[in-house]
Design a protein around this ligand. Sequence first.
Ligand code: UD1
Length: 419
Amino acid sequence: MNDRIYIEGGHQLKGSISIQGSKNAALPMMAASLLHEGVSVLKGCPRIADVFCMEEILRNLGAVTWWEDHDLYMDCTNATKWSVPFLFTGKMRSSVILLGALLARNGKGSLGYPGGCVIGKRPIDLHLLVLRNLGAVITEEEGILTAECSKMKGTVVSFPKKSVGATQQGILGAVLADGKTVLENCAREPEIVWLCRYLRSMGAKIHGDGTGKIKIHGVGRLNGGCMQVPPDRIVAGTYICAAAITRSRITLENFPDGELDSFLEVYRKMGGQYKGNSGKLIVDGENVQSPAPMLKTGAYPEFPTDLQSPVMAVLTTVKGRSCICENVFEDRFKAAQQMVKMGADIRIQGRKALVYGGKELHGTTVKAWELRGGAALILGGLAAGGVTILDGYSYVQRGYEHICQDLNMLGAAVKRMQE
Ligand code: UD1
């Protein structure tokens, strides 16, 4: 049972850890690397399961990849294949963004219908909308999506709903298209801005990223990319929650300044303190004691859905009634049922979770069903009396490079299960 970890609760945390590179920034940057017929490098790339999966996909398409410590080299000179086997796409839903890159690179792309996290329906209609507008003809047969277009053409697309992935899809499809593309009602997440910075460093002409309207002038070719992957704001938020749930003071190095403001605002209202700048944040969770009467997740710059379950774990330890409203994904409360097993009082009403906090948590066996929910259960284990056994640790490894080592360095007692 190697997919288990043990968490012995009740340890205070202290000390300093460095935040890993961002998963959600690295994955689209890897897809963007396909657009240059040569070598591109991502420095400080996280060595996590989802990145390895995307690397395997690139290799399958004909790329040669290698690592030098945390720097990922991708030679896409011969990445001329256009079909991504279902084996990979079934594992990672975000692989759908490859479709735009494959079309731009090879005029054709096909992939198995994407899988990924178990957090409710995750449609891809907006991805298909933007690619069709750019001129792609897309068909679906027996779970395989095939898109074809010898040369995509600039267009105007207004997304009916904000989507991070579909915005990235549109950008990847448009950078090498003929003429000008305008994308409206775009998502504004920092990971979109990082993708555009990376593409600009390769020679792309993009304006307006970080706003709702992105303008792209297609260029004939792109140069090789070389960029530092930014720190992972969700990992940083998770570790702030670790300090909050154990009422501890820790320091985060390589902190993503300015990318977690809405989260820090909630943390501050709960009684958490923090100070710092220039990539270093000292967080003091000792006085975390106030519930969150109404916390709503939303598209950036609103509260990130990826930190909803970690904050829920913290709120189970705070006396009083909190209410969390999950507006981004339906059915993203799977971790709540597991927290209830640990003694928490959480009642789910559709998209709302009511948390009656302050009940004592106790160690038991819980199951991770998805990445962030799994991380939240580890946090619950830090606060629980006795030992928590987490099954499904591999979900957590999709996004956290070394959460066990990091927490242990801060004084926690988290162990992999021995055979
Ligand atoms: C990305 C992140 C994920 C994060 C999410 C929201 C990556 C690899 N993943 O996911 O960690 O939780 O943003 O911040 O970067 N939708 C549609 N049709 C579509 C696409 C999306 O209806 O074609 C809906 C989704 O079901 C969801 C909402 O739009 O309700 C937002 O999803 P989206 O922003 O696309 O999330 P992802 O890009 O999949």
